[in-house]
Design a protein around this ligand. Structure first.
Ligand code: FAD
Length: 546
């Protein structure tokens, strides 16, 4: 063990490891990248996190950088949960529900709690957090907040960030702060504090005041945007101020989350699920536009295409048998409605069905949960697609989670189809959150081969340029991490990019917090840390959901 590991082991209540096995295990997340950490710590409490940050800061003051990467379950597919310094792994110990207020539905948790476990507990109290990622069964709440994750219910319920009430954060220098919405008076008090927290408030307040127009120009006509930092929601017209939006989606680059208070919804298991099959993309777009402008929003508008159904059927002919009409439709939309009142739900279903019947070739409505599960199997065919591999040829997560304005979904899908065709990549399987303008396509590539590596980089380049040209964002349902970091400046332009870099500088002057994530990763860096034998590895205990 190094001197640093000895020091930390002596001062932390939690364990510290440097074994080759542990370093190898933690050298990857769900991305195609790999970076082995120097050491790994399993904090037992906030004090451990505070000490680790303080130690890293003091070393940095003396010119030695041992950066910190916080980690939940490591399902990040952008290389956000790997780093070369100290990995702080939360699920081992910091995984408790601290408080659940039955009246308000507010729940306070440690960051390493499994998202699925939290949902199970909430459901026993008749509550539920509707904005969950597909990976909820094998990922943490801390990771979800740090990525501002969202999933199949995002059309109506948005992202997890919208549920965050308060955060406890360990800053780069080890100071602990609490963030929540502050009144103008409370902000003035913070501005007067002599600590690092006070410095942050002062610098940020000035930065926001001086750059109002630039900040407004960063807004996009999209439903969610996790690229860079959310400066737009920090200072409000009434003078109130909240640092939380900056930490939400920051992927551990501004501070380390040690406690989260979330609101929750009333759990409603009685929903109506509609599966509508289409034979052309234009009608899909009309349907999405109409559903989004309906008075009562459905909670879910998901999409899959024929390429996905064909690919899954080829590998496993029985998986979708009797569930999908033959010949396979070009596109399927899954629409779920969850109004709490039975009458209201029936009314919404009736209206939506009328819209869909004009546009789709078939429409099936289900209210029975058992049958709904069968329909969901069709949407979840993407799990089979991403899990299947043919030797080293694997479904490769390189262009996930980007977002465009929902009314430009057709342009995104057609453009992506053209790119994939030009690169001779088949099948063109897509799926995603159509209601938000988010699609996923994970082509099967063999990254051990030069030709496929070149294709992967061409695809990334063409796809992200397409997304940006459509007024979208490289990071929709989760942050951009390392993988998409080279495109951040392209999305916002150099002036706004410099502003975001200043935000990073304010919180993390020595760049000890997850460096290389969001900033400081070039395409060459990505090529160097490419995991040629990319695999889901440790996630097969669960059915990888996408
Ligand atoms: C098959 C598949 C499907 C996916 N589907 C979705 C989806 O539907 N929607 C979606 O949003 N995402 C999705 N993801 C991405 C990912 O699963 C989610 O974003 C998830 O919420 C991350 O949780 P985690 O515990 O694995 O976090 P990790 O991967 O461990 O960490 C994620 C990021 O958060 C940072 N972080 C973790 N804990 C903390 C902390 N305490 N303080 C500060 N920073 C921290 C890490 O440094 C990292 O940058 C998918 C990934 C895969 C592989």
């Amino acid at each position: 063990m190094s001197k640093i590991a000895h020091y930390l082991q002596e001062h932390l209540a939690g364990e510290v490891m440097t074994s080759i096995d542990a370093r190898r295990y933690f050298s990857s997340d769900s991305s195609i990248l790999s970076i082995p950490p120097a050491l790994i710590a399993y904090p037992r409490n906030e004090n451990d996190v505070r000490k680790a940050a303080r130690f890293s800061w003091q070393l940095a003051e003396r010119g030695r950088i041992i950066p910190i990467t916080p980690r939940g379950s490591g399902t990040d597919s952008t290389g956000g949960a790997i780093g070369e310094g100290l990995l702080i792994v939360f699920p081992a110990h910091m995984n408790r529900i601290i408080e659940l207020d039955n009246k308000s539905g507010e729940v306070t948790v440690e960051p390493g709690i499994n998202f699925g476990k939290l949902e199970q507990t909430l459901q026993t109290h008749g509550r539920y957090i509707s904005a969950f990622p597909s990976t909820l069964e094998y990922s943490t709440v801390g990771g979800a907040v740090a990525k501002n994750s969202s999933g199949q219910n995002s059309v109506k319920y948005g992202s997890i960030g919208e549920y965050v009430k308060r955060l406890r954060i360990v800053l780069a220098n080890g100071e602990v702060i609490e963030t929540e919405r502050l009144s103008k008076r409370e902000l003035n008090k913070k501005l007067g504090i002599a600590s690092f927290e006070g410095e942050i408030y002062r610098a940020l307040d000035a930065l926001i005041e001086e750059n109002q127009n630039l900040i407004t120009s960063m807004e996009r006509p999209i439903t969610k945007n996790n690229a860079g930092y959310n400066l737009i929601d920090v200072k409000h017209k009434d003078g109130s101020f909240d640092l939380s939006p900056l930490f939400i989606g920051s992927q551990g680059t501004l501070g380390i989350i040690t406690e989260i208070t979330l609101s929750s919804d009333v759990f409603n298991p009685d929903t109506s699920l509609i599966m509508a099959c289409f034979d052309n993309l234009d009608n899909v777009q009309v349907a999405v536009n109409s559903l989004r402008s309906a008075k009562e929003l459905p909670r879910t508008i998901e999409i899959i295409n024929k390429g996905l159904i064909d690919a899954v059927t080829e590998v496993n002919p029985n998986q979708l048998k009797d569930l999908v009409p033959t010949p396979h439709p070009e596109y399927i939309l899954f629409v779920e409605i969850d109004n709490h009142s039975e009458r209201g739900q029936k009314r919404t279903v009736h209206k939506i069905t009328k819209i869909l019947e004009k546009l789709a070739i078939s429409v099936e409505i289900e209210t029975e949960q058992d049958i709904q599960q069968r329909i969901w199997k069709v949407r979840q065919a993407s799990s089979a697609y991403i899990s299947h591999n043919d030797g080293f040829k694997k479904s490769t997560p390189i262009v996930n989670d980007s977002i465009v304005p929902p009314e430009r979904l057709v342009e995104l899908i057609s453009g992506a189809n053209d790119i994939v065709n030009q690169l001779n990549m088949s099948p063109f399987a897509i799926w995603g959150h159509a209601g938000d303008g988010i699609i996923r396509l994970q082509p099967h590539l063999n990254l051990t081969q030069v030709g496929d590596r070149q294709k992967a980089f061409r695809l990334m380049d063409d796809f992200y340029k397409l997304v940006i040209s459509l007024g979208g964002s490289i990071a929709g349902s989760a942050g951009e991490g390392r993988l998409k970091a080279p495109y951040l400046e392209m999305q916002y332009g150099s002036e706004a990019f410099s502003l975001l870099a200043k935000v990073k500088q304010i919180f993390d002057p020595y760049s000890t917090l997850n460096p290389g994530v969001k900033f400081g990763t070039s395409m060459d860096d990505i090529k160097k840390s490419l995991r040629q034998e990319y695999t889901f590895g440790h996630f097969y205990d669960h059915l990888p959901r996408s």
